[in-house]
Design a binder for this molecule. Structure first.
Ligand code: C2E
Ligand code: MG
Ligand code: MG
Ligand code: MG
Length: 288
């Protein structure tokens, strides 16, 4: 009977599913080892203040430099890291590395910029984010005002009270909090009032067709106006063309990020552009 059932159960799994599960498991083991072997690398992407053409912030975006798979993008391993809890040590490594890098840039004498780190819900649920952040700052010597934590709207939905308490401590420390991918989650405007937020990043999906889709332009315009009224910085994500930049500029958007300015790249590639205004299209001369 048991044998029969076992065989029946087995039939529920197609060879394809087995290989998927296997792939997942081996990816998980690999990622665990990759973290230990320091195969993770941080790329950085500038957020540009379009009023003066300067970089106001560098966002750290993790990649996995795998010995055989090559450079693995975060979409391929962050969801798995979140499911398995590996995101906790991984996220701490990102935070520490980004703080240290920013401190290095400051020590080298470049104009000071903020560094932004993406934070997963799991890292907040862990309950020790404040300690982890404090340690990353004190070990690197970076002042809190140069650190931005990017969180998604969903973070404010789960564990509201403890999240709020954590955000308040971080805010008192002088750390900035930005809402990433704004407009794609369950944005309750209530949270904007309740949480100590410093910036909104308008999701790329609203920017992509902004030059041709009046709805996207209207939504973006409303978010910018609201952000200004709430005294929040606003950053448009995924700006790829001069036409998009012009529409956003007309809407008084002051900060932008996207391939038009720079793709994410390793830290050392940015040294030559620090302190130089971005792009001819901003009227500040050329960048690179
Ligand atoms: P995100 O934080 O919203 O980052 C923006 C993503 O859009 C990045 O993808 C970036 O390379 C891409 N991007 C930037 N400008 C443009 C553009 O003009 N056009 C287009 N098509 N794409 C653009 P990436 O680096 O693949 O990261 C994807 C996501 O992975 C991030 O979205 C973030 O949610 C997550 N992620 C990356 N690094 C970390 C990390 O250290 N921790 C956590 N928890 N998540 C991370
Ligand atoms: Mg982000
Ligand atoms: Mg984003
Ligand atoms: Mg995103």
């Amino acid at each position: 009977r048991a044998k029969e059932q076992g065989r029946n159960n087995c039939q529920l799994y197609t060879p394809e599913m087995n290989s998927k599960a296997f792939e997942r498991l081996s990816l998980e083991n690999n990622l665990r080892k990759g973290l230990e072997r320091e195969e993770l690398v941080l790329y950085y992407q500038p957020k540009v203040n379009v009023e003066d053409g300067q970089i106001s912030c560098m966002e750290a975006l993790v990649r996995w430099q795998h010995p055989t798979m090559g450079l693995v993008p975060p979409a391929r391993f962050i969801p798995l890291a979140e499911e398995t809890g590996l995101i906790v040590p991984l996220g701490e490594w990102v935070l520490r590395t980004a703080c240290r890098q920013n401190r290095e840039w400051q020590k080298a004498g470049y104009p000071p910029m903020q560094v932004a780190v993406n934070i997963s819900p799991r890292q907040l649920q862990q309950g020790n984010l404040v300690d982890v952040v404090e340690r990353a700052l004190s070990d690197s010597g970076l002042a809190p005002r140069w650190l931005v934590l990017e969180v998604t709207e969903s973070i404010m939905m789960d564990g509201t009270e403890s999240t709020l308490a954590t955000f308040r401590v971080l805010e008192r420390m002088g750390i900035h909090i930005a809402i990433d991918d704004f407009g794609t989650g369950y944005s309750s405007l209530h949270y904007l009032k309740k949480f100590p937020i410093h910036a909104l990043k308008i999701d790329r999906s609203f920017i992509r067709d902004i030059t041709t889709n009046p709805d996207d332009e209207a939504i973006t315009s409303a978010v910018i106006t609201m952000a200004k009224g709430l005294n929040l910085k606003v950053v448009a994500e995924g700006v790829e063309t001069v036409e998009q930049l012009e529409v956003l500029r007309a809407l008084q958007c002051t900060h932008m990020q996207g391939h038009l300015f720079s793709r994410p790249a390793p830290a050392e590639q940015f040294a030559p552009v620090f302190g130089r205004a971005a792009g001819a299209y901003l009227g500040f001369g050329t960048w690179c």
